[in-house]
Design a protein around this ligand. Sequence first.
Ligand SMILES: Nc1ncnc2c1ncn2[C@@H]1O[C@H](COP(=O)(O)OP(=O)(O)O)[C@@H](O)[C@H]1O
Ligand SMILES: [Mg+2]
Length: 225
Amino acid sequence: MRILIGGEKGGSGKSTLATNLVVALRLAGRDALLLDADGQRTSAKWAERRAASEIVPAVPCTEKRDDLKAVVRELGSRYQDVVVDAGGRDSRELRSALLVADLALFPLRPSQADLETVPHLAELLQLARSLRENGAPLAGLVLSMAPTHYLVSEARDAASMLEALPDFVLAETLIRERKVYRDALLSGRSVLEMDNETAHFEVRQLIKEISNGAIQVPVAQRDPA
Ligand SMILES: Nc1ncnc2c1ncn2[C@@H]1O[C@H](COP(=O)(O)OP(=O)(O)O)[C@@H](O)[C@H]1O
Ligand SMILES: [Mg+2]
């Protein structure tokens, strides 16, 4: 699967999602690669920390800027899965990746500023689909960094607005605001390799959802420490 993770906002959890998904796919036994196309290099730096700490499974990571079509096609023929972190703006990276991805995922915080980017994402998506066949790429919205407190209804309110949109599927899985996601990013890990069952569940559910149940992520081995 060629999975693009993009959007038009910084800080919505794109690199967090990319790094967690690529580890989850690896843990599921798939030959998955991370492609960082964002000049901020958050995913690439995460991969460097992971490699420096020799965390298993190792995650191959490569970087590319500008037009991603050729590199995604080429990597897509060598790896079972390519997870592309395309960064958070309307860019050549995002537009070109939309032309070759099977699935585009757009993490959004349940905030007005993030939700306001969706109409333009829909335009970019429609443009890409007009140049491709069979409605590709599939596109999913993922609510991310949602408040954990049950009385805070922002995520519910955002979801009821987003699920009505024709161009996207709204993921049922919510990624909540949890410190463990920050700790994992800093340590070169996925939350699947950290001690937080609720976060494990979120990532495993999301993988299940985007693969229509075809990919099941086993519970990861923890570091003895
Ligand atoms: N679900 C989450 N819970 C808590 N912190 C998160 C979550 N997702 C991302 N973060 C933190 O928010 C910041 C921005 O996330 P990042 O994935 O780098 O966003 P983006 O790639 O969209 O700019 C990072 O410090 C990251 O650790
Ligand atoms: Mg990022």
